[in-house]
Design a protein around this ligand. Sequence first.
Ligand code: FAD
Ligand code: 2HG
Ligand code: ZN
Length: 489
Amino acid sequence: MSPAHAALLQALEAVVGPAGLVRDAAVLPAYLSDWRDAYRGRALVVVRPASTAEVATVVRLCHAAKIPLVPQGGNTGLCGGSIPDASGTQVVISLTRLRAIRAIDPANDTITVEAGVILRSLQEAAAQVGRLFPLSLGAEGSCTVGGNLATNAGGTAVLRYGNMRDLTLGLEVVLADGRIWDGLRGLRKDNTGYDLKQLFIGSEGTLGIITAAVLKLYPAIRSLTTAWVALSSPQAAVALLERMKAECGDRLSAFELMSRQSVQFVLDHVPGCRDPFQETHPWYLLIELSDTRADAPLPAHLEQALGEAMEQGEILDAVVAANETQTAALWALREGISEAQNHEGPSLKHDISVPVSSIPAFIEVADRHLLEAFPGVRIVSYGHVGDGNLHYNISKPPGSSDATFKAQAEAIMHLIYGVTQTFAGSISAEHGLGQAKREAARHYKTPLELELMRTLKRALDPTGLMNPGKVFAEDPEFDESLIKGQARP
Ligand code: FAD
Ligand code: 2HG
Ligand code: ZN
């Protein structure tokens, strides 16, 4: 280790204490690879500050030493955004010790939380005061509010409540030079110029470190009903979505589509899951209605809407959960897909979005082109169809080698993103770019969009030390000389 690096480590330890530096070789790997073990890196050190002031001092020290920082929350991201590169010269800054719920204001329907609060703890804190924090996703037991904000997380309740952008009123951010921006306002209306918080939401740690947020709360849900529905096609799902919206309005809180292949993987790999139907069907939906009134007649409402859809031939079969155990079993079939697909070898993830109306045509065209070009690959398509967001994931043909499949990954990706583009879609609806899609973004975002993004990056992080190598493929104009400690010519 160079004397400069050793001096930085000593200074960092003086700020966060011995407990704030991760040195234990048994624990360290968890900070240096992601949930799927798809990305691995090395770090100069992993530092765990315990307050906003400590985060600010850590950033100031790294800024002065020209050392890049990689912010990390629960490390559940799916694009390698929280993993350092292989150089061993970056500092991972884990926010998981910033765990305070600073304030709850039920009359304002807001909660102020620190970045390291686990999403499930936030949901529980809201429930304790008779409120709902609606963001809900499979990783909610380990992802953090900071990571949710930095990726503008979506999940299964976006249809009714929106994504993290829609749920946020204020932020506290440590800027790239270590100054603290206190934007912790709980205002629903504030037109005093640019909405700065929106710059940091979805910026994947490349503009600053989010340390706290004021988030919106909603009335608690007191009744809920869930159905599992079989269909012949994605067209039928979109038709049913229209029907359910018209019949149920904003009581419709989840509308998740799954192909048979997706459900089959869960049945094959997740213990305790079973098919709700005797027969197999090509497509399934998980539909949920919820209401703030305990006496809302949701099952009757849902059964009536599904009965009418059945009479019209829109759906093939349906079952409504009779109790909480059955509800949990249906959700396990949906939430188990990510994990189940991991058991089938490397998975190529494409979290695309297109207009809801284009979902059936997207699936038809993408399936056809893909199976022509790569016979035998298994298409695992599922997701938040009510938001036009599909996880159009691909597993290798049974029996083929990981190496052959990985060699085809780029061609598969371009095929899928090419089809996405013909439907005016996005290559990332919810997981972000991270390192996984930084190259692809160069092809699928316009030059003007990329130029505007770079302008913002340079304005907020002029020395390029905030999560370098993420979101942007490369930045020729970045001031490399400053990072290396030389004067700019
Ligand atoms: P991390 O993985 O630690 O980091 C993610 C990114 O945010 C990185 O770029 C990191 O540098 C940055 N970051 C983290 N904390 C901060 C901070 N305080 N300040 C600045 N930058 C920061 N995502 C969805 O949107 N919808 C889903 O339905 C969904 N389901 C999932 C299901 C499973 C099983 C898994 C494993 C993941 C799922 N995800 C989903 C992806 C992931 O959970 C989300 O992206 C989540 O928001 C990441 O939170 P995290 O705390 O784990 O962040
Ligand atoms: C989901 O909706 C998540 O389950 C994860 O966004 C998707 O693993 C995936 O590709
Ligand atoms: Zn998702």
